[in-house]
Each structure stands twice: as C-alpha cells, then as structure tokens.
Write a protein that binds this ligand. Structure first.
Ligand code: GLN
Length: 281
C-alpha cells in the first residue's frame, strides 16, 4: 500500500503520459481528485499526505482517476463547476463554464441597474451560469433564459432552484424563435457557439467531451453570431444592449456586423489572456 504522497506522484506521471498535461497541471489534478475523494480541501491533503488511504476512499479516487485518464474533463467527473463564486451542476449536455465568460457577466452587470427592474435575455443558456449569476446579483432584474436543448434547460432549472434564483424564466427555443417580438429586452447576452467546424481544437482536450452544438458554428464559426446580430435589434428596446462572447479573432468581424445591423456604438473587450473576447453594441 502506498501513502497518499506516493500515490499522487505516481498518478501525476500517469496523467502526464496519458493526456500530455504539463506536470504542474497533472499534479494539481491528482490533488483535486484525491481531495474530493477524501472530502477535504487541498491544504488538509498536503498536510496529511503521509497517511494511508482507507479502502473506500481509494476505490472512489481510483474510479475518478480512471475516468480522467480517458480524457473526461474533471468538471463532468465531479458533475459541478464553480463560476463567478457560485457552484453549478454540469453534465455532458452543457458546455463547462469558463473563466472568460466571467467577463461577459461583468460587462452585463455594468448595464443592468441595481435599483430598478430590467428585462434581460440569455440566449443559449446551457447550464444557466450567465442568467443565474445575473439574476442573483440583480434581484430586481427579470431574466429570460432560452436553450434549444431540453437536457440543458432541465439542468439550468435545477441550478436555478439550488441557487435560489427565482427571477429567471426558462424557455425552450432555437435562439429567438419561441420569443414574442412584442416583449422587448433592455439587455441581451449570449455565449454562442463560435468555433469553426473544422478547427482542430474540437478534437483535443476537454472540447472532445463537450456538446458540439454548443461549440461549433458552421465552417466559418460565425453562423450563430450572425443570426444573433441580425435578429437581436427586433427584440431590444431602443437604448438596449447586445453583449456577445466570441473567439479571439472575431472581434473585428463582430463589431462590423453589429454596425451593419444598425448598432450605433460598438466596442470589443479583451479577456484575462488579453485576447478579444466580448463585443457590445
Ligand atoms: N471559449 C471556448 C473555447 O474556446 C468556446 C466557447 C464557445 O464556443 N462558446 O474553448
């Protein structure tokens, strides 16, 4: 039997070999799986890594590690992922929340008043992270969150219930199709699919396990952005805002398309990796 420390070292090496992870990432991942199996935090784990593992803990850890060695993302193995300080359930029916989407939420928060009602639409809500985070931080806002996938909506509704966000209404809809164009919104946000269908990234890493409909948008990667930009104005109030997440090389395209669609003021913002990530009209 190995102590925790030896176990982690051996499995770090396995993760490097199986997934091509950098050795610091592999080390962190082995620690995360072990800490979760023990139901402790990493600080506790590192302070007790000379201990032996009890058989049920070892079994849980080994089963998770086996999944991870096939490439399955940790968020799907645990069934949850943190976003903007809140914990969301995730499943392979939805995209895994990413830190770059926190930029979209921040920019939307700056356009949703704290002290009065505001109607906000989230298109392609997935696990609901954007709509639910906005709803929690702006309790007076009325959120509408749509998705074309019933599985995603079910998960998003479970997240809204768990996080007690009762100001979100969920609707099954292919973009705007099920929405009544008489009811206009102050703010429309979306993290749509924006990767080109032949992009090799789709065959690598976590992306292989994520729903392709949530990632890829035609040969250009622009199909969803195009539909959203062309249709959004009909569903926006005159002073309303459209906020779109997009790829690092789609800022200029998105700003131009917004201008062509009649949006007066447009701007692109970089994410923490300093690449274009969100454009606003
Ligand atoms: N930013 C994600 C990635 O490149 C893609 C998310 C999306 O398509 N909306 O991994």
């Amino acid at each position: 039997m190995l102590a925790i420390r030896e176990r982690l070292a051996a499995d770090q090496a396995q993760l490097v070999q199986a997934l091509g992870l950098a050795s610091c990432d592999a080390r962190l991942e082995a620690q995360l799986l072990m800490a979760a199996a023990l139901d402790v935090n990493r600080a506790w784990l590192l302070a007790h890594d000379d201990e032996m593992l009890a058989p049920p803990v070892a079994a849980r850890y080994t089963s998770w590690l086996k999944h991870r060695l096939t490439g399955e993302p940790i968020a799907y193995i645990f069934g949850e992922k943190e976003f903007y300080g809140l914990m969301f359930k995730v499943s392979p029916a939805v995209l895994i929340p990413r830190p770059e989407t926190e930029l979209l939420v921040e920019l939307a928060l700056a356009r949703i008043p704290v002290d009065r009602p505001c109607r906000v639409l989230d298109l392609g809500t997935g696990s609901g992270i954007i709509a639910i985070t906005l709803a929690k931080l702006r309790p007076l806002a009325e959120l509408v969150a749509v998705d074309v996938s019933p599985e995603a909506l079910e998960l998003a509704q479970a997240n809204a219930r768990n996080l007690k966000a009762d100001n979100v209404q969920f609707i099954e809809s292919d973009w705007f199709s099920a929405l009544n164009s008489v009811e206009k919104f102050d703010v429309i946000v979306s993290n749509p699919p924006y990767i080109a269908a032949n992009d090799l990234h789709l065959t690598q890493g976590d992306l292989r396990f994520e729903p392709i409909n949530a990632l890829a948008a035609g040969g250009s990667g622009r199909v969803a952005l195009e539909v959203l930009i062309q249709t959004a104005a009909r569903h926006l109030k005159p002073e309303g805002w459209l906020l779109l997440e997009h790829g690092y090389d789609q800022g200029e395209y998105t700003r131009n398309a917004l201008a062509v669609a009649g949006f007066g003021e447009t701007q692109t913002y970089p994410d923490l990796a300093r690449v274009d990530r969100v454009s606003i009209g």
